[in-house]
Design a protein around this ligand. Structure first.
Ligand code: AMP
Ligand code: MG
Length: 402
């Protein structure tokens, strides 16, 4: 019997960030940058109007007010995306759109609201200082500065910054390709006719979604019957396109031998009893010439979920290059007594509530997938904790929703 920590150390021992890969900008979302990114130009790249209005020389409109306006001839119109055809001449104005480059010699932009919006001539009713209404080149960022360090997680705002510095492709630690394969002769596709003895494959969908939530590119294979030929064929097919394989089911008496024989032919997998509740039957090893890691998780959906959270998710996070691969644990006070399984670390479905400085956690009474669905956290009871009374403080692993 292995402890949870021993098994975790074992499954993480050979888990490494994947080889860096050049990907298109949107494909980098959810990945960590493998290299720092610098700005090849300043941001903004040129002095630009910060508002729609009239570019002027500040001295020409000094003292302008609604009661003593200044009239100037308008010599050009520059929408965003265009440049003025000539430098500004003293005593004139150039109509300009927000984002357009400032005409040479112009110092400020009088916003439309301070004018009569004239076309040939404009009446200006407010004075401006040099720089007013202008977004200066380099105001946000100097050329050659690092805009994102290696290891930065790419989300919507990082993608914006990368686009702004001209990157259509970036080098990242790619998402691991995870294949989730359910085994069980009783399993059918959701939506297929239900006859007595058959159940829809929940695990395949649950763990594919969970792997995607963890940041992987996850695919579902199967469900596969508990037959050597079918298991072998599916695994061989999937091996070539995966960085990690997760199976569920087939590791209890009756089907265990089939699974064990097939996996022994493809690689080396250790089937271990792990001191965890639910789901002590855990397998882990490596398949094929590329030593693709494989987890064989228990078939019971609640057990499969806990095993995924505790053992598989950290491996996916490590492959993505994250430093922090574990979900954080937080303390919370039990509202009801709970009992830990003897000689096992016990994970119970929990509901967190209360205030940030006095968190409470309630065990969820509903069984099965419904209880799992209602849980927003797992209550983690240490090995041999026995009965824990209401009011005691326990460790809780929040299961954040993305
Ligand atoms: P096993 O580990 O294969 O003996 O499965 C244990 C229990 O979980 C059995 O009741 C199975 O029917 C059920 N089970 C196994 N795999 C799945 C699955 N993919 N989806 C839903 N239930 C499953
Ligand atoms: Mg089974």
């Amino acid at each position: 019997m292995r402890t949870v920590d021993e098994h975790l150390a074992e499954v993480l021992a050979h888990a490494h960030p994947l080889e860096m890969l050049d990907v298109s900008l949107l494909d980098s979302r959810g990945c960590l940058l493998a290299e720092p990114v610098t700005a090849p130009w300043a941001l903004p790249p040129f002095d630009a109007a910060g508002t729609d209005g009239y570019a002027v020389i500040a001295a020409d409109v000094a003292g302008a007010t609604p009661d003593s306006p200044v009239a100037l001839p308008v010599t050009d119109t520059v929408p965003a995306g265009y440049r003025a055809s000539h430098p500004i001449a003293p005593g004139t104005a150039i109509r300009i759109g927000s984002g357009a480059p400032m005409p040479t010699g112009a110092q400020a932009v009088v916003p439309l609201e301070g004018t009569d919006e004239g076309t040939a001539n404009v009446t200006i009713m407010c004075a401006v200082e040099p720089g007013d209404g202008v977004r200066r080149a380099g105001e946000d960022l100097d050329k050659d500065v690092t805009v994102l360090p290696a290891g930065a997680l790419v989300g919507a705002r990082e993608v914006a910054l990368l686009a702004a510095v001209g990157r259509s492709r970036v080098t990242v630690r790619p998402r691991p390709r995870v294949v989730v394969m359910s085994t069980g002769t009783e399993l059918i596709e959701p939506g297929a006719p239900m006859t007595p003895g058959l159940v829809p494959d929940s695990n395949g969908y649950m763990l594919t979604a969970a792997a995607q939530d963890a940041g992987a590119m996850a695919y579902r294979a199967g469900p596969v019957r508990d037959e050597a030929r079918a298991l072998m064929d599916t695994l061989e097919d999937q091996l070539v396109r995966s960085d990690l394989i997760v199976t569920t089911g087939g590791v209890t008496a009756g089907t265990y031998d089939t699974m064990k024989t097939v996996l022994a032919r493809l690689g080396s997998v250790d089937f271990t009893r792990v001191a965890i509740s639910p789901g002590w039957a855990q397998g882990h090893g490596y398949l094929g010439p590329d030593h693709i890691p494989i987890f064989t998780l228990p078939g019971n959906p609640a057990s499969a979920f806990v095993a995924f959270e505790v053992f598989v998710r950290p491996v996916i996070r490590r492959m993505l290059g994250h430093r922090q691969v574990f979900r954080p644990l937080i303390p919370a006070r039990l509202t009801h007594p709970v009992i830990g399984r003897p000689q096992a670390r016990t994970y119970l479905h929990g509901h967190l509530h209360g205030r940030a400085d006095e968190r409470l956690v309630s065990p969820i009474a509903e069984p099965g997938l419904q209880g799992l669905r209602l849980a927003d956290s797992l209550i983690v009871l240490p090995e041999d904790s026995g009965e824990i009374p209401a009011g005691a403080v326990v460790s809780v692993m929040p299961l954040s929703r993305n």
